[in-house]
Design a protein around this ligand. Structure first.
Ligand code: SF4
Ligand code: SF4
Length: 209
């Protein structure tokens, strides 16, 4: 049997010890948590990239992605060409009451249309409001953090190389066009007449300079 009152003394010692320690309790919502940028908070949809391939909806283990679409015929690009048909998105919704935040939909999307946002404050009083339609999913896109910078020694992304090649080609075409225009202007001469006039003066408008 211990000394009477030792239990109380031990308890007080623990109290005193913990009183002086820094608290780890997060005072949410007064203090916002510092979350890693890739936190699985909510899913944003960048619908311009969505081709309605349905892969995300098919792979979702909870079947909580709802997509509706219709087909539209696109006229041929060149006369005599073939008409094409494309899918047009009518509805894209995610039921976050069912979603288990596995991230499979984001992983499988081949067109970079779905992204994680670290936002997590979207609790609702009515469970039906946890089904976020495309407008709301688009709003989440603006809270998606920028991708991390590439390693300085990493290979240049293929998209950047292709974009640079296209921009170089365009710049070269524009430069050639400008040079052609300048040459035509020079040949026309300061008076605006075609070169090689009757009296044989170079760029002449008839008056010797
Ligand atoms: S995170 Fe997982 S459960 Fe949630 S919508 Fe995507 S695939 Fe479905
Ligand atoms: S996988 Fe991507 S492109 Fe295909 S329907 Fe889903 S979001 Fe759209």
């Amino acid at each position: 049997m211990g000394i009477p009152g030792s239990g109380l003394a031990k308890g007080l010692a623990v109290t005193l010890r913990t009183m002086t320690r820094k608290s780890h309790t997060a005072q949410y919502p007064d203090a916002q948590p510092e979350l890693p940028p890739r936190t699985r908070g909510v899913i944003g949809l960048f619908e311009e990239n969505c081709t309605v391939c349905m892969l995300c909806a098919r792979e979702c283990p909870d079947w909580c992605i709802y997509i509706d679409s219709h087909k539209e015929t696109v006229p041929p690009v060149v006369p005599g060409g073939r008409e094409r048909s494309r899918n047009v998105l009518d509805r894209f919704a995610i039921d976050f009451a069912l979603c288990m935040y596995c991230g499979i939909c984001i992983e499988v999307c081949p067109f970079d249309a779905l992204f994680w946002s670290p936002e997590f404050e979207y609790a609702e009083e009515d469970i039906r409001d946890l089904t976020h339609e495309r407008d709301k999913l688009r709003e989440w896109m603006w809270t998606v953090p920028a991708p991390p910078a590439l390693d300085p020694r990493a290979e240049e992304p293929k998209e950047l190389a292709a974009a640079r090649k296209a921009a170089d080609k365009l710049a070269a075409a524009e430069a050639a066009q400008a040079a052609e225009a300048a040459q035509a202007e020079a040949e026309r001469g300061p008076g605006g007449t075609e070169n090689g006039n009757e009296n044989g003066t170079e760029n002449g408008n008839g008056a010797a300079s």
